[in-house]
Each structure stands twice: as structure tokens, then as C-alpha cells.
Design a protein around this ligand. Structure first.
Ligand code: FAD
Length: 287
């Protein structure tokens, strides 16, 4: 099933998981997926390390198991900077063989010590290539506060429009902690004539280190209610976890009240947190 069709029926709820580190067997992801069994998300997406073609194995294996063993629709992420056209063709062949119809097409980031393959410069190049080589549903990434390299929200929305015109049928945002940025982003999308469904990417923050890393990677705004929460609970891991869950639930309630088309939960492979949030917002998603 193409995940874009889900948006006609309901507010979509999706989860994101990542393959275990190379030092851990890929099978450890099944413990995570088993513990997520109480949840019935509309789809689960699987990230792909930006290092190149050797990273594709775990992503494809997990995406295939989600679809064929757990019976949940899956989405394979593909970042293209370090891939050749031949690499992408091989990935597409494997996806077709496993019956996976959905791809999150990404540029990826420069990896220190790895020279980009030089065949795809932007996500739009990959999107056109995928559309020309199969009947896939292609999803794109977007940035309510602007992508960290773009320098201008106007340029950012211009290139997003280009990406959608290249063949994207739905979007997923980077994480954000202040919903106002998302609402302003939706207005810019509308002004730019971008009319595809967009899911809000929500990351429950469960420890101080995680948020410091995230903020340095994607420079997102931290509202004062968020920083006060960090100051108050940051040194107590259980209290921080519970406060992080409550904050994410509060964001989701506000987003659904404002008619968001979908929520994409960055689970960080922590089933406890995903389960708690699901319990809290599951009914809301049906309205
Ligand atoms: P693009 O859409 O290509 O944009 C990148 C930058 O180039 C932007 O600043 C844009 O404004 C600019 N730009 C675009 N087109 C042009 C043009 N024609 N001329 C000039 N400038 C242009 N990374 C991974 O490695 N693996 C993952 O699994 C992964 N999953 C992700 C999931 C989500 C939901 C999100 C939001 C991000 C994910 N990322 C992942 C991170 C992503 O790869 C980075 O954010 C990356 O820096 C940008 O990717 P993009 O596809 O948005 O790039």
C-alpha cells in the first residue's frame, strides 16, 4: 500500500526506528518491534546511515520484516549523497522484490572522510530518478524552521516546492519543540502552492545529552517552557523521561486540535516511550 492513501481516511500516526549499531546484531531490532506490538501505527519508517551503499542491508532487511513479518506498512529511507545511480537501482530492485512501495528520499549529510559519489546533489535529483525507475510512493523531508544550510526561509520553501514538483506525494518534518514554527511553515507551504500532506515530526526528549546533540545537529528553537523543563528535571533520569513524554503529548494534542494531517514519532528505538505516547493520544488520532 502507498502510505499517501492513508491520509484520505484519518490523522496518520507513524513511527521511526533505526537499525542497531554495526557492533550489535541486526536481530536486536526485533526486540524493539516486539515491544511495540501494542501499537498499531499506520506505518513504520527505517532510517539509513548516510555512509553509502554498505548501509543499505540493515535498512532493507528491517523494512522488509516490518512489512512481511509484522504486517505493518513500511518506508525505507534512502540518503543519496554517497550513492551512485547503480547503487540506487540495486536498492530499488530489492524493494520491489520485498513488496515495499514507500521511500523517504533524502540528500543526507556529508560524512567526514567520505567523498560524495557525485551523482546526486540534492534530494530532488534522487526523487526524479526513483520516479523514473518504478511505481514508488516518494516521501520528502521538510524543515519548519528552515534547513540548517539554507540561510533563508524563502529559498527553503522554493526548493521544497521543487522537490514536490519532482514527485514527492507526502512530507515529514524535522523535529521541533515549538508548534508555532510548524503553523507558520504550513502557511508558507500554502503560499508556495505546496498541497501534499505533511506529518509533524515529534521527538520525545528523554535526557539532556540527547537534546544537546539534536540542537547542535539541526539548530531547532527551544521555547522557554521546554528549557525550564530541562532545568527542573534534567538531572533526574526518570523525572526527565516522564516530563519529556508529557511535553510530546502536549505538542501532539495541540497539533491534532489544529488539524495536523499526521504525527511521525521519532521513537529512538525506545518502546516504553512510544507505548506511553500512543496510549495517551491513540483515541485523538481517530477523530
Ligand atoms: P534537500 O532537499 O536536498 O535539501 C538540502 C539543502 O539544499 C537545503 O538547504 C535546501 O534548501 C538546499 N537545496 C535544495 N535544492 C537546491 C538547489 N537546487 N540549489 C541550491 N540549494 C538547494 N539522513 C540520513 O542520512 N538518513 C536518514 O535516514 C535520514 N532520515 C531523515 C528523516 C527525516 C524525517 C528528516 C527530516 C531528515 C532525515 N535525514 C536523514 C537527514 C537529512 O538527510 C538531512 O537533513 C539533510 O541535510 C537534508 O536532506 P534533504 O533530503 O532535506 O535535502
Amino acid at each position: 500500500m502507498k502510505t499517501v492513501d492513508l491520509f484520505r481516511q484519518k490523522t496518520v500516526l507513524s513511527l521511526e526506528v533505526f537499525p542497531p549499531k554495526r557492533t550489535a546484531p541486526v536481530g536486536t531490532i526485533y526486540e524493539t518491534l516486539d515491544e511495540l506490538k501494542g501499537i498499531t501505527p499506520d506505518f513504520i519508517s527505517v532510517t539509513y546511515g548516510a555512509g553509502g551503499s554498505e548501509n543499505s542491508g540493515a535498512t532493507l532487511e528491517i523494512a522488509s520484516s516490518i512489512k512481511n513479518r509484522y504486517g505493518i506498512e513500511s518506508v525505507a529511507h534512502i540518503p543519496c549523497l554517497n550513492l551512485t545511480r547503480e547503487d540506487v537501482l540495486l536498492i530499488l530492485e530489492r524493494l520491489k522484490k520485498e513488496g515495499i512501495e514507500n521511500i523517504l528520499a533524502l540528500r543526507g549529510d556529508l560524512v567526514p572522510g567520505i567523498e560524495p559519489a557525485g551523482e546526486f546533489q540534492y534530494a530532488a535529483d534522487l526523487i526524479r530518478f526513483i520516479r523514473a525507475h518504478g511505481d514508488f510512493n516518494v516521501i520528502g523531508a521538510c524543515y519548519p524552521e528552515g534547513h540548517q544550510e539554507s540561510g533563508s526561509l524563502v529559498k527553503d520553501i522554493h526548493y521544497l516546492r521543487e522537490k514536490v514538483d519532482a514527485g514527492v506525494s507526502q512530507l515529514i518534518t524535522q523535529l521541533f519543540f515549538d508548534n508555532e514554527y510548524f503553523y507558520r511553515f504550513r502557511e508558507r507551504m500554502e503560499l508556495a502552492g505546496i498541497r501534499v500532506p505533511v506529518e509533524a515530526g515529534i521527538m520525545p526528549v528523554v535526557n539532556k545529552k540527547q537534546i544537546e546533540r539534536m540542537v547542535s545537529l539541526c539548530s531547532v528553537h527551544l521555547p522557554s517552557k521546554f528549557t525550564s523543563m530541562m532545568e527542573r528535571y534534567g538531572d533526574n533520569s526518570e523525572a526527565m523521561r516522564d516530563a519529556g513524554i508529557a511535553y510530546a503529548v502536549d505538542q501532539i494534542v495541540d497539533l491534532t486540535a489544529h488539524g495536523v494531517e499526521g504525527i511521525h514519532l521519532y521513537t529512538m528505538n525506545r518502546p516504553y516511550i512510544a507505548n506511553k505516547i500512543y496510549e495517551a493520544v491513540f483515541r485523538l488520532m481517530a477523530f
